[in-house]
Design a protein around this ligand. Structure first.
Ligand SMILES: Cc1cc2nc3c(=O)[nH]c(=O)nc-3n(C[C@H](O)[C@H](O)[C@H](O)COP(=O)(O)OP(=O)(O)OC[C@H]3O[C@@H](n4cnc5c(N)ncnc54)[C@H](O)[C@@H]3O)c2cc1C
Length: 411
């Protein structure tokens, strides 16, 4: 019986383990955490956004953009649904394509994997951090001075640096380097952004349904709509997460990164101006802060007035068209310089990783070392929010396992 070792009991490692064991391989999984798949457990706010019905390679970023297409073509949404059904997980797909387990509980996915693996006699060594790997004829892994040897193939499924508190680390990249691979610089993604401003601190806790536009070196890159949450450090929320991948990559490339916030996206400037002017006319004795406070959260109204250099106690009857123009510019095009991201500890995923030009896109085998494989987030493949990252982790895990079985069983 051929023996395969997998480092990492996350989405990629567990799906590879199930597939290999079904083909009759003896599989050992090494996981440094006491619990398996900690990221699955917390994913999608505990609901686990497994995949997306509208899979498309344009939803992924990599230095090697051709790498992802063959994976999605061979193992997409329907193939993943069949696999998940086979371990007892049914899909619940929303209109926007985001797909969750029917139970709507991430823990059900982890339980399904664990039971399937136990029936298939896969051994998972928990609290076993692999420190080093040696390859002679076969692979030997070392964990706390104990050697585990005679593996015919080794799969590195260690993820990357996002959320170190759940196991995120760059051990996989170090293993890759030790075998002569190169890697693409890592950066946090799906993460909040730090702003070079002091206003956000006064606004901490204010949340609006707005629109954010990202500018890199003065050029408009991307506009997204959704939650924008002001925080002590800057901004967070789903709209911010959706632009954070490009913003974070631009920051490590030393570009000038700015965002413009539209806090009242459902109005055009003319109708907003008319609305505010009409309110001022109807309530001439009211303070401008009270007038604005009727259309915006009070903290935001006050910050916008300060930023526009308009006294908060100015009477509505004294508000002129020039003041309204300044206000509207702030409300719909409030520009901030982005100084940093909120870091790996708060990032849902990590960009960069093992250079995919050195990995076979069909089997995920290293082009440098026979029988060594890399799958999941450790590779330089980064998906958008919406289930794209799990899809890649599962697809790469299962396709890699199928390739190993083809390779070994044909010998
Ligand atoms: C809060 C949060 C929410 C998320 N929600 C979603 C979502 O809803 N949908 C989605 O698509 N994606 C989501 N993601 C992203 C998704 O979790 C990852 O893209 C995915 O888990 C990557 O899978 P992986 O198996 O490659 O790596 P991981 O899940 O990171 O698994 C790698 C495993 O390897 C272990 N390991 C590392 N080094 C060693 C070593 N030396 N020895 C032994 N073990 C080691 C780690 O402890 C870890 O358990 C979320 C991420 C976070 C942090």
């Amino acid at each position: 019986m051929k023996k395969v070792a997998i480092i990492g009991a996350g989405a990629a490692g567990l799906s590879a383990a199930v597939t290999l064991a079904r083909f009759g391989f003896a599989v050992d999984v090494f996981e440094k955490n006491a619990k398996n798949a900690k990221k699955i457990l917390v994913s999608g706010n505990g609901h686990c956004n497994i995949t997306n019905r509208f899979l498309d390679s344009s939803k992924y970023i990599s230095e090697n953009p051709n790498f992802i297409e063959p994976t999605l073509k061979r193992f997409g949404y329907h193939e993943l649904e069949r696999f998940m059904n086979s371990i007892g997980i049914l899909f619940n797909t929303k209109d926007d394509g985001r797909t969750f387990p029917l139970s709507y509980e991430a823990s059900s996915v982890v339980r399904a994997f664990e039971e399937t693996l136990s029936h298939l006699n896969v051994t998972i060594f928990n609290e076993c951090k692999i420190d080093s790997i040696q390859k002679k004829n076969s692979f030997t892994l070392t964990c706390k001075d104990k050697n585990y040897s005679a593996y015919d193939a080794l799969i590195v499924a260690t993820g990357l640096l996002a959320y170190p508190q759940l196991g995120g680390c760059d051990d996989g990249v170090h293993f890759a380097h030790s075998f002569g691979h190169t890697s693409i610089e890592t950066y946090p993604s799906l993460v909040g952004l730090h702003l070079d401003s002091f206003r956000h601190e006064e606004l901490a806790g204010v949340k609006v349904e707005g629109e954010v536009t990202l500018f890199i070196d003065g050029f408009r890159e991307k506009t997204m709509q959704g939650d924008i949450l002001f925080t002590k450090y800057g901004v967070s929320g789903l709209a911010i997460f959706d632009i954070s991948q490009i913003a974070s990559k631009a920051l490590i490339d030393f570009c000038n990164v700015e965002i413009s916030l539209n806090l009242l996206k459902n109005f055009n400037p003319q109708s907003l101006s008319t609305q505010i002017l009409n309110l001022c006319k109807a309530l001439p004795e009211n303070k401008i802060s009270t007038v604005l406070g009727a259309i915006l959260p009070a903290k935001l109204a006050s910050a916008v007035l300060k930023e526009s250099k308009i006294e908060t106690h100015t009477k509505a009857l004294h508000v002129n068209t020039k003041m309204i123009k300044t206000l509207i510019n702030r409300l719909q095009n409030w520009r901030f310089k982005v100084s940093d991201t909120h870091g790996f500890s708060h990032a849902e995923v990590c960009g960069g990783g093992v250079n995919t030009l050195e990995i076979d896109e069909k089997s995920f085998e290293s082009k440098k070392v026979k029988n060594l494989y890399f799958i999941g987030e450790v590779l330089d493949v980064l998906g958008e929010r919406g289930g794209y990252n799990f899809q890649f982790a599962f697809s790469s895990g299962i396709l890699c396992a199928e390739a190993i079985s083809k390779d070994f069983l044909s010998k």
